[in-house]
Design a protein around this ligand. Structure first.
Ligand code: ATP
Length: 572
């Protein structure tokens, strides 16, 4: 397929406001895709691999700028001016391809396959000279691109397609292309995606084997599963009333750490965060504990990874460290062994999605039993801790009366944990869903996770730092971020300096002291109140927002949604 045909599709998607229109447009493309289906399904969202594969292409704006300059003959300052004027390096590339003045003597039309594979392979370039080779590869594509093609090659290389296609649209398009498009068909595609997290597998299965094939798709060690999510409840008693089956609910500590999915297949171990990012290399201590402690050839376990003050891990009074401290272990710092000693981690296991076979359809009580069966029985529960053991079960009680839940809640808070999880013991595991069978109770008004969309340099003493950050909540229908306020307090100088370093890598356009950013950094923000506001795209504004920290474990599209802000506003 010629890349020009895909570019037409991108233009149509960008020009279509309705999600049904986008769905139908993509369904047509998928139905005719033949052997390119896998590639087209990821390219439709400007990606080159499934969502969980976070291999970075390592293509920065400045590398792309160099490639544009080299391929088109346009000067760097001309491309920069254009970039600044439109805020999009893709548009600047289109302009350069048209006006750059370079004559290509030998031009080979771009194909979808060539663009996809060339960009995907950039991630493998490593070591000395790799930057130059990347520039060459991108410039090679741009040299053969017409202006419209250049726009999308650049946007795909930078990971920001700007055609407004969310995961829901891909799901619906697959249901229309290969099934009957009904609500049942959409559900079948959705479930298949939640267990595989790979639209390539889902689309190909829908095409080859229909609804039955999708239903047969299963979790597999090594391929992260979307985690089951919790709903908020106002009180322990209310949560128990909602979650009880036959009068009994399971209460567990709500640990304040990082959700971790542990996958085991023989000697292979993988760790994934809730945003399905692989963090195996960052936790060698946990990996060895899993190798030593999990007695199953294949398993997928779910738990919360918590950091504890080093001297306290082996005592009765374990002292959990703040989430921000733990998140140092998630970032790719080099000395992982030293960090493991400084911030020892314990995984509190609470679920088992698969052992030798899938357990998603089993009730929680069975899955929990499986969890205990496959983890070495000498591993103590957290109330009988022992040094050097990184796997523990989450502390839990079965309750049938509200007072017991309330006192367990107090116990959890007194031990320094975040609150209470209340679970229905008969519930199946529902990947990616908030279905009310998993409830959380926390003491305060919940902070929001929001994405930094643009920023302004501060004045005065902090003038080198991006101290005013515009925050967006996610609009899943449009796959866009709607602003909900501006943040300028709560950070220390060090935090602000570090944040500025990160945000400066994401700048897409500058205008004086204002910068536009790729929406990639998620912040946890507390606030006093939500107000209606015509000033921001979401229609709401946070009153007195304060920075709490960076949420390394939350993907931008998992940030709080416009709908969530709306319902918090209603509930105030
Ligand atoms: P929050 O910010 O409140 O953690 P969230 O949006 O990150 O919310 P939710 O699914 O709404 O995630 O809240 C549940 C989270 O609590 C889980 O994802 C998990 O990371 C964590 N957690 C801590 N302890 C437990 C436990 N015992 N059982 C289940 N989840 C737990």
């Amino acid at each position: 397929m010629e890349y020009a045909a895909l570019v037409d599709v991108y233009d149509r998607l960008a020009a279509t406001d309705s999600t049904d229109g986008k769905r139908d447009c993509l369904a047509e493309v998928f139905a005719d895709a033949g052997p390119l289906l896998g590639r087209l399904v990821t390219l439709a969202r400007g990606r080159l691999s499934p969502a969980y594969d976070r291999t970075e292409l390592g293509v920065s704006s400045s590398l792309t700028l160099d490639a544009i300059r080299r391929a088109t003959g346009a000067t760097e300052s001309a491309v920069r001016d254009r970039w600044q004027a439109t805020g999009d390096l893709g548009d600047a590339a289109a302009w350069a391809a048209e006006h750059g003045g370079q004559q290509t003597l030998f031009s080979e039309p771009l194909t979808v396959e060539r663009v996809h594979d060339t960009l995907r392979d950039l991630a493998d370039f490593e070591g000395t000279g790799s930057q130059d080779r990347k520039v060459d590869a991108v410039a090679g594509l741009l040299a053969d691109a017409d202006p419209d093609e250049a726009r999308y090659v650049v946007r795909t290389a930078l990971g920001h397609l700007r055609v407004g296609v969310g995961e829901g649209t891909i799901r619906d398009a697959i249901a229309v292309a290969f099934l009957d498009g009904s609500a049942d068909a959409v559900d079948a595609v959705e479930r298949a995606y939640q267990v595989t997290t790979d639209f390539r597998v889902v689309a190909e299965t829908a095409r080859e084997a229909g609804v039955d094939g999708l239903a047969a798709l299963d979790v597999e060690p090594g391929r992260p599963v979307q985690v089951m999510l919790a709903e908020k409840s106002e009180s322990p008693a209310g949560a128990v009333a909602d979650a009880a089956a036959d009068g009994t609910a399971v209460c567990e500590y709500k640990y304040d750490g990082v959700r971790i999915q542990i996958h085991v297949d023989g000697d292979d171990v993988w760790l994934f965060t809730r945003r399905l990012e692989e963090v195996t290399d960052q936790f060698p201590d946990v990996v060895s504990a899993v190798r030593a402690g999990v007695e199953a050839d294949r398993a997928i376990l779910d738990g919360e990874l918590v950091g504890y003050a080093p001297g306290t891990v082996a005592t009765d009074a374990r002292d959990p460290v703040a989430f921000q401290t733990l998140s140092r272990r998630i970032k790719r710092e080099t000395d992982v062994e030293a960090l493991a000693r400084e911030i020892p981690a314990v995984v509190h296991l609470f679920d088992c999605l698969a052992t030798d076979e899938t357990r998603l359809e089993s009730p929680l009580s069975d899955r929990r039993q499986r969890c205990s069966d496959v983890v070495d029985p000498v591993t103590p529960a957290p109330d009988e801790p022992r040094a050097g053991l990184e796997l523990a079960r989450s502390r839990r009680v079965a309750v049938d009366d509200p007072d017991a839940a309330a006192s367990f809640y107090r116990e959890a808070l007194d031990a320094g944990h975040e609150g209470l999880m209340v679970k229905n013991p008969a519930a199946t595991y529902q990947p990616g869903r908030r279905v009310g069978r998993l409830l959380k109770v926390k003491p305060t008004m919940e902070p929001l996770d929001l994405v930094v969309t643009r920023a302004t340099y501060s004045e005065g003493r902090r003038s080198e730092w991006l101290g005013r950050l515009y925050l967006g909540c996610y609009d899943p229908d449009a796959d866009a971020f709607r602003e909900v306020g501006r943040l300028s307090t709560g950070y220390t100088d060090d935090e602000l300096a570090a944040l500025t370093d990160r945000l400066e890598d994401l700048v897409t356009a500058r205008d004086g002291r204002d910068v536009e950013l790729r929406p990639e950094v998620v912040l946890e923000v507390e606030y006093e109140e939500i107000q209606r506001s015509p000033e921001y795209g979401s229609g709401y504004a946070l009153r007195f927002p304060r920075f709490l920290g960076v949420r390394e474990d939350v993907a931008p599209t998992d940030a709080d949604s416009v709908g969530r802000v709306e319902s918090l506003y209603e509930g105030q």
